[in-house]
Design a binder for this molecule. Structure first.
Ligand code: ADP
Ligand code: MG
Length: 455
């Protein structure tokens, strides 16, 4: 193995950074990439330090693949990349931050990045989708698109909250088309992946192939479209792809967490195009639907689920279907582990835990910690009386996120922020909302934080 001279490594690092900057733009570069420091390049292994745990997680998920990719372009021996928290690297950082979980290797196989599209979940079929009032329109629309050979509405736009079955329906459409007309070419992928592919194509000056790939399909399906917002060149490219496909009478299916009208950061012409076809929403589940889903899932199990347990679960877990499934799985796992039947008592016991855990899942303290880390201020500033902008703004963002992500009331939130009045919290929420509409970089930052905290 060739050992590299330090100058080589330094020059490579400069080039890698320059490319990241060109690809991801100035705002992302400043917030996320500039603070990276190169620690070591040794034996095909690159180690990079970031100032906070928050950044480590974010950089790892959002830029890890690309970083490794760029490094291996520079040096073909490099095969893995590690991102570690190293207080003191990059921007200023709170001195008391633990180094816990510092080493975080990521290993990326090249074919993960090469392939277009994503794998389909074999469980996500129409047969396995339970319908009720809240989702019957979306279901019917999805079926129609999947089963008809001509394009009836274009695009089909499915939207709804987290865990309500958008991805399930999209996979179901893809499966059905595969089964019925295997010659039709389908691409299913997330908006993030679309963006990534596009940026990669730009980088390799390969946009002709990119365009051809996407424009030659019969069915294009983009999941979680909301993540495309704000990225202008990707939106532009998507817009052209969209038009080209519609012109050729090819089917487009899109999912998002909001309706076209409510999506933020989408250009007007794109927004209006998205509403051209059929827009169908998935409403939050009703008690009846939850019972139906539980019964259907219970059928496939070896273990008997008493009706009382089904009712209890349907009453208690109301957030979304993903949580409902999770609760059922947990109860079944616990019962089969100890070899006892599922009972209401055991369910209540397990659920007590689960409900407490989900209550605890996002706490105000956690939000404060993440936000403080993100803005590089001390955690104590969240409750301090200082009003300078550098601490007041992050504090407002944290209050805003506390309102959005927890069920705490305004007075309760105020108390956690150094005993502030509920009107202060209200003001913070309004202010952040205002800034989000006025400043897209700020909006993106808040959105990143929200996703980071929720994940
Ligand atoms: P989304 O993409 O809207 O966040 P998913 O499609 O990933 O949600 O659904 C979350 C989980 O709930 C999946 O396991 C999915 O199979 C299940 N699910 C959602 N809705 C239904 C339904 N109506 N019937 C059966 N399973 C469902
Ligand atoms: Mg989904």
């Amino acid at each position: 193995m060739k050992t590299l001279l330090d100058e080589d490594v330094a020059a490579q690092w400069v080039r890698v950074r320059a490319r990241l900057r060109a690809e991801f733009g100035e705002a992302a570069y400043r917030s996320w990439l500039k603070p990276l420091t190169l620690h070591e390049v040794k034996g095909g292994h690159v180690r990079i330090g970031v100032p906070t745990d928050f950044m480590r997680d974010w950089v790892r998920t959002q830029y890890g693949n690309r970083l490794l990719d760029l490094w291996s372009d520079e040096n073909s021996e490099i095969c893995d990349l590690e991102i570690v928290t190293a207080p003191g690297s990059g921007a200023a950082t709170a001195e008391n931050r633990p180094l816990s979980g510092g080493a975080a290797p990521i290993v990326v196989a090249e074919n993960n990045i090469e392939g277009f599209g994503a794998a389909l979940d074999p469980r996500f079929t129409f047969e396995n989708f339970v319908t009720g009032k809240p989702n019957e329109l979306a279901f019917a629309a999805a079926r129609r698109v999947a089963e008809s050979s001509s394009v009836t509405f274009n695009p089909l736009f499915l939207y709804g909250g987290v865990g309500l079955g958008k991805t399930h329906l999209m996979h179901a459409i893809a499966w059905q088309i595969c089964r019925q007309s295997p010659e039709r070419r389908i691409i299913y992928l997330s908006a993030e992946k679309f963006m990534y592919q596009f940026i990669r194509a730009l980088r390799y000056k390969d946009t002709v192939a990119f365009k051809e790939q996407f424009r030659s399909v019969d069915v294009l399906m983009i999941d979680d479209f909301q993540f495309i917002s704000g990225k202008d060149s990707t939106q532009e490219e998507f817009f052209h792809t969209f038009n080209a496909l519609v012109d050729r009478n090819r089917q487009i299916v899109i999912s998002a967490d909001k309706s076209p009208n409510d999506l933020e950061g989408i250009e007007e012409r794109m927004r209006s195009r998205l509403g051209w076809g059929l827009v169908a929403d998935l409403h939050p589940t009703t008690y009846e639907l939850r019972v139906g889903i539980l019964q259907s899932k219970a059928e496939g199990l070896d273990i008997e689920i008493p009706p009382k347990v089904v009712e209890y679960l349907a009453h208690k877990i109301t957030s979304n279907v993903r949580e409902l499934e999770g609760a059922l799985n947990r109860i079944v796992a616990a019962a089969s582990l100890v070899g006892r039947p599922v009972t209401l008592e055991s369910t209540q016991e397990i659920l007590h835990d689960l409900l407490r855990a989900s209550d605890r899942r996002i706490t105000i303290e956690e939000i404060q910690k993440r936000v403080a880390e993100h803005f590089n201020i001390k955690l104590a500033e969240m409750s301090s009386a200082r009003r300078s902008r550098a601490v007041a703004r992050p504090r407002q963002v944290a209050m805003y996120l506390a309102k959005q992500l927890t069920s705490r009331s305004l007075p309760e939130i105020g108390r956690k922020f150094g005993g502030r009045d509920h009107t202060t919290v209200m003001h913070a929420v309004r202010k952040v909302e205002e800034l989000r509409t006025a400043d897209s970089t700020f909006a993106e930052d808040v959105e990143l934080l929200r996703r980071m905290i929720e994940s």
